[in-house]
Ligand binder design. Structure first.
Ligand code: PAF
Length: 184
């Protein structure tokens, strides 16, 4: 597992990885994330995982500060996984002009259901995912269907970008009781 900390390291590693699959995460990894990695590997891609807890998608500061973080545990899981590299961007890399959301035309997909209860949440997701797509220049990106509305938003974002990367939506992973696995 290559651990990439700077954009320069990312760019130099990325040059030789084709096709490249991106698995964006906020860390606190579990079997749901590992299933995305396995699927990307099965699709014959080089697999880049990102770990970044994105401030612009949190509605409340206390939710952001309470978000679980376990960097060493995550790296141990990734070392034992099929991932080829992990990128650990800093806020300065993704938000050089300040930690603010952009406004994308998401056809109202961001405003209904969960979006109605969490104003700005999906614009924050779209903002960070757009930048992860820009920096990684991934050919494909893998997302779990547990976050069904997020998948719809990310598909719309990819369409706004001309259809690249291709978005691959993967089945929800559940525990023995049927509960969807989640970092929280
Ligand atoms: O699903 C998540 O973990 C996050 O919303 C994502 C896609 C990594 C963006 O921060």
């Amino acid at each position: 597992l290559k651990v990439l900390k700077t954009n320069a390291e990312l760019q130099s590693w990325r040059a030789d990885q084709n096709p490249l699959a991106l698995v964006p995460t906020m860390g606190a990894l579990h079997a749901g994330h590992l299933a995305l990695i396995d699927r990307a590997k099965a699709d014959q891609c080089s697999v880049l995982v990102t770990i970044y807890v994105n401030p612009t998608q949190f509605n409340r500061a206390e939710d952001l500060s309470a978000y679980p973080q376990d960097r060493e545990g995550d790296l141990a899981l990734l070392r034992a996984s099929a991932a080829d590299a992990v990128w650990l961007p800093q806020s300065e890399d993704l938000y050089p002009d300040g930690v603010l959301s952009q406004e994308f035309d998401l056809d109202g997909l961001d405003l209904r259901l969960e979006g109605a209860l969490r104003p700005g949440h999906f614009q924050g997701v779209a903002t960070v995912v757009d930048r992860l797509f820009d920096w990684s220049r991934a050919d494909r990106a893998y997302f779990g269907l547990k976050d069904f509305q997020q998948v719809a938003v990310v598909k719309k974002l990819a369409a706004l970008r001309g259809g690249i990367p291709e978005i691959v939506a993967c089945p929800t992973q559940r525990n023995a009781d049927g509960l969807a696995l989640s970092s929280r």
